[in-house]
Design a protein around this ligand. Structure first.
Ligand code: ADE
Length: 239
């Protein structure tokens, strides 16, 4: 898979995406990630990419031309137009479900806005999918692009060691993950639950499932609507 990030801050993005699991996935050729500086596409002799809003108001707006030319150059280089995503608090909130769908695509491009947004006409022209990473406002789209790139890369085949590592984790089955423990057995008087030391895999599995269900009910009962539950589990949760 290839992920392109169109940004005014390519070094910021590359720094994060060169470390840890994503950095290793890139080095192993499991994903190609390219961060492109939108400023390279400005036709302005002072290399400007933003200007004040028509109608007045606070802040600066990113101009349409550098963004449009940057995306067109990328499409020409790839020989096909990649699925374009614009990071904006006005978009649909990102979910694990959408992350899994994006991970199946050959190529996505993440457009990061900065300042007070981008000229609406480039949005009309390119018709990107608009994604928000939550109901709060950031200074730019970069953290959102990094969130998407990170979440997508870890779903690619061979990036995490085996498939089980994400079938159990939070949000995979519309359930939050069960609590995890490691050595030592006792810490500040708190012991690891005995069942986890029993070596009885069926009991461990049952205990973990129950913890997942309890946590989800306590913390995010809204998620239960999308979860597959047995009759017995529904009864247990009082549903
Ligand atoms: N840019 C600014 N705020 C954002 C948000 N919440 N999600 C995605 N992109 C953004």
């Amino acid at each position: 898979m290839r992920i392109d990030i169109l940004t005014l801050f390519p070094e910021m993005c590359n720094a994060y995406l060169s470390e840890s699991i994503v950095g290793r996935a890139r080095a192993a050729g499991k994903v190609e990630i390219v961060c492109t500086d939108i400023r390279n596409y400005t036709l302005d002799k002072h290399r400007r990419v933003d200007d004040s809003p028509y109608g007045g108001g606070w802040g600066m707006i990113m101009q349409a031309q550098p963004i449009y030319d940057c995306y067109c150059a990328l499409s020409a280089q790839l020989g096909a137009a990649p699925h374009l995503i614009y990071l904006t608090p006005q978009g649909k909130t990102l979910t694990q479900q959408r992350v899994c769908e994006l991970a199946k695509m050959d190529s996505i491009a993440l457009l990061c806005g900065h300042y007070e947004g981008v000229d609406e006409r480039v949005i009309e022209e390119l018709k990107p999918e608009e994604i928000s990473i939550g109901d709060y406002v950031l200074t730019g789209g970069e953290p959102g692009a990094l969130v998407i790139a990170d979440a997508v890369v870890r779903m690619l085949p061979g990036v995490l060691s085996d498939d089980e590592c994400f079938t159990d984790e939070s949000h995979f089955n519309s359930l939050l993950e069960y609590p995890q423990y490691t050595h030592p057995y006792e810490w500040r008087g708190k012991k690891v639950p005995d069942v986890l030391l029993s070596g009885h895999h069926e009991n461990i599995k049952r205990w973990r499932r129950l913890q997942s269900l309890k946590r989800t009910k306590e913390r995010r009962s809204d998620l239960l609507a999308g979860a597959e539950l047995t009759q017995e589990e529904r009864r247990l949760l009082g549903l």
